[in-house]
Structure formats: structure tokens, C-alpha cells
Write a protein that binds this ligand. Structure first.
Ligand SMILES: [Zn+2]
Length: 250
């Protein structure tokens, strides 16, 4: 077996990672991503055996991304990806910059076996937009039908969840939040014990930009749900904590 040789791990803000002895060459990168080779930066030394299939190794590479496994990739002239690092692209649909993350790349090239010449051209939201919207709309229609037929704690929680999802997929105006508040308040009058109703009310108030009201409801929810191991409550708690952490005060 040939002795391992030392290469550089080169990263570029807008292009897939590259492993090579010298600065990546223009021809290759113009073809693969349009990246300017001058912007590649050598961030670490790595080892690579003589076998083309052999993955790279080196010190603390997880700091920079994920080591690729050429055996799991379908590659052509450009060769395998030996290393994945986050890089930034401009979305072809909405024009916003988005990160094509190392983990997503592993999924594309090694789980889905996408060609190494294919890369994400749209941001996550634009990729999932139309599908997600159709799904969110169908879930909302069904939830509202069920809630109108019988407004219980159960159907109200489903309504609140479907409403927030629809709003976030761009399928509703913020007016939907007023409908959710009405439904949640009605349900809380009938079921004053439910922690979940409080939690969802807090999320809806946050979505309306009412931070103080959301804080109050969230505190009640946390006090009432305590250390409940109920899966729904645990998920609600972590979602709420994340949203409260991200929200701007009134
Ligand atoms: Zn986009």
C-alpha cells in the first residue's frame, strides 16, 4: 500500500471544500462552482493514501466540517468530495444567501447519491416551499373541520399547531392568529387544567409580537407542566423556550 501523503484542506466561502497539494486550479472550479480559486484558504494539513477511494484523515477535522467517503458518492471528472464544509450560495429563486451545510452535503452526495456535479441552487425554504405549503393548507383545512365539528382541547391544540405552521409556510395572513387566540381562550374556559393550551397560547402570542403576554403564559405553562414526561409537553416546552429566546421584547 502506498504511503500516505500530506495535502492541504482548502476552504472557500462559496464553494465545496477541496483537498490538494496546492491552491485549487481555476479550470476545475470555474466548471464546478464558478468560485474564484484565489479565495481558497488552506486551513489544515491532511493525509491521503495513494488509493483514490481512500478517505482523508487529519487532526481535528470535525472543526472544519465532515470527512467525505468517496465510496458512497457518485462522481465524475471532478472527483469525489473528500471533505464537506459549510459554504454560502445565492438562492436562484429568492436571491437570498443561504448556507449549503456540510451535513446537507453528506445527505445529498452520500445518502441520496446525487451526482457530485449537482449542488443546491435554492434555499431550503424555496426548495420546500410549494410542497410544504400544500401540506400545511391540507392540515389546516382538516384541523379546522375537526375543530368546528367538536371544539375540544384536542381539536383546539391541533388547530393552533396547524395555524402556526400555515402562517409560517406563507399560506395565511397574521389574521389567522386572532382566530387561534379566540379558539384557545374558549378551550381554556372549558379545560382550565390543560398545560398544553397555555403553552400553545404562549406561542401564538409570541407570533403576534406580544412578548409580555407570551412570557406570562409561558411561565404558567412551565409551572403547570413541571417535569411532565409527556412527549407533546416536552416538545412544546423546547419549542417555546427556543422561540422565547429568539424573540425580541415588545
Ligand atoms: Zn430562496
Amino acid at each position: 500500500m502506498p504511503k500516505p501523503r500530506t495535502f492541504g484542506l482548502w476552504l472557500h466561502p462559496h464553494a465545496p471544500a477541496e483537498v490538494s497539494t496546492g491552491r485549487p486550479r481555476a479550470v476545475h472550479w470555474a466548471y464546478r462552482s464558478g468560485a474564484d480559486p484565489a479565495d481558497f484558504e488552506r486551513v489544515a494539513d491532511v493525509s491521503l493514501g495513494g488509493d483514490y477511494q481512500e478517505p482523508i484523515s487529519g487532526p481535528k477535522l470535525s472543526r472544519f466540517g465532515v470527512v467525505g467517503d468517496p465510496k458512497r458518492q457518485s462522481y465524475g471528472m471532478g472527483g469525489p468530495f473528500r471533505f464537506y464544509a459549510d459554504f454560502t450560495r445565492k438562492c436562484r429563486s429568492c436571491g437570498e444567501e443561504f448556507t449549503f451545510s456540510a451535513r446537507e452535503q453528506v445527505f445529498w452526495y452520500e445518502e441520496l447519491s446525487a451526482s457530485n456535479d449537482a449542488a443546491a441552487v435554492r434555499c431550503r425554504a424555496c426548495r420546500r416551499g410549494p410542497q410544504a405549503l400544500r401540506r400545511a393548507q391540507a392540515t389546516w383545512d382538516e384541523a379546522r373541520r375537526a375543530w368546528r365539528a367538536s371544539s375540544s382541547t384536542e381539536t383546539t391544540l391541533a388547530l393552533a399547531s396547524a395555524g402556526l405552521t400555515l402562517l409560517r409556510s406563507g399560506g395565511a395572513t397574521p389574521r389567522i392568529l386572532d382566530e387561534l387566540v379566540g379558539a384557545l381562550r374558549g378551550a381554556m374556559r372549558d379545560d382550565a387544567e390543560s398545560a398544553a393550551l397555555l403553552g400553545w397560547s404562549a406561542r401564538v402570542e409570541l407570533a403576534r409580537g406580544r412578548h409580555a403576554a407570551a412570557q406570562t403564559l409561558a411561565a404558567e405553562f412551565l409551572a403547570r407542566s413541571g417535569e411532565s414526561p409527556d412527549e407533546g409537553v416536552v416538545a412544546l416546552r423546547s419549542a417555546l423556550e427556543a422561540e422565547l429566546g429568539a424573540a425580541e421584547p415588545d
